[in-house]
Design a protein around this ligand. Structure first.
Ligand SMILES: Nc1nc2c(ncn2[C@@H]2O[C@H](COP(=O)(O)OP(=O)(O)O)[C@@H](O)[C@H]2O)c(=O)[nH]1
Ligand SMILES: [Mg+2]
Ligand SMILES: [Zn+2]
Length: 275
């Protein structure tokens, strides 16, 4: 039978099929061959013995938290406490693009901001380059986006991930924390990763992708993840858009067609300073 792992507790892998959820163990050979199933994996298993026989090819895999086959990520982005960070947002976007995950920008805590006009401008830019932007108050829109997909909710600690998930489905009753509590809690608190079934899809509340590391990616890859760059034809072949005098990207930044913060974040991700 085929199913998808939705929860792992020690050596028990909960495999969801259309019928029910089967608690399964792995074939002994997995350990020898260093094969580790993760939440999100599609697997073939034996319904009688409840043994997982095979992990099917993955669309993508993340290490912390260990999850795979993610379709889309709701990047929970608060405007206040914690303050909006374009650097962090662009990093999430970059990471998701590079892992073949559709990012959805979800804004929280608009109620804590007196004048939203500045943020409105910024968010309009992200929409203009093709990103979906929603507010955490727009539950019906969020539910439509979740339908039938495998989604993770990620973002800074305290941004409002669990609060939003609880609003979407009261049954989940996920733990929410005041900022100070959340930050005070040991970083190494172990948590069970669980994918919740919801609207014909699955939803994962991640404690935030803790290793938001772009070190494993080349400058070329990082460049390719800034999707608005591809709209401009740079006269230089393989240009990294850093130094060349009449680089089309630098020109677009000067003319405010590319948002400056995006360009600066790009430079920082590839390890360059503004020149
Ligand atoms: N004012 C305001 N507070 C919010 C909003 N969303 C979440 N919070 C609060 O922010 C704190 C952290 O939320 P939580 O869901 O635990 O964040 P998580 O760490 O991302 O899961 C809690 O005290 C929530 O009540 C919002 O839209 N507006
Ligand atoms: Mg939380
Ligand atoms: Zn260039």
């Amino acid at each position: 039978m085929q199913g998808q792992i939705v929860k792992i507790i020690s050596d028990l892998h909960y495999v969801k099929t259309n019928e029910e959820i089967f608690p399964c163990k792995c074939r002994g050979i997995f350990r020898k061959e260093n094969i580790t199933p993760v939440v999100g994996d599609y697997v073939l298993f034996n319904k009688e013995t409840k043994i997982i026989e095979k992990i099917l090819p993955r669309k993508n895999i993340f290490q912390r938290p260990k999850v795979s086959n993610i379709d889309q990520a709701f990047i929970i982005t608060s405007l206040k406490s914690p303050d909006f960070s374009s650097h962090l947002l662009d990093k999430f976007l970059c990471l998701m693009e590079l892992n073949n995950v559709k990012p959805i920008i979800c804004i929280t805590k608009e109620d804590l901001v007196k004048d939203l006009s500045n943020y409105k401008e910024i968010l309009k830019y992200y929409q203009s380059i093709g990103y979906t932007v929603v507010s955490n108050t727009d539950l019906s829109k969020i539910k439509k986006l979740i339908k039938g997909k495998m989604s993770v909710f990620t973002g800074q600690t305290g941004a409002g991930k669990s609060t939003l998930l609880n609003k979407l489905n009261k049954d989940w009753n996920l733990e929410t924390n005041s900022i100070s509590e959340a930050l005070g809690r040991g970083k190494h608190t172990t948590r069970v990763v669980e994918a919740f079934s919801f609207l014909d899809g699955l939803v994962i509340d991640t404690p935030g992708f803790s290793s938001l590391d772009l070190n494993n990616y080349s400058k070329e890859e990082i460049k390719s993840s800034f999707k608005e760059f591809s709209k401009y034809k740079c006269p230089y072949k393989d240009c990294l858009h850093t130094k060349e005098k009449d680089c089309a990207i630098k020109q677009a930044v000067l003319e405010n067609n590319i948002m400056k913060s995006r360009y600066l974040n790009y430079l920082s991700f590839i390890g360059e300073e503004e020149l």
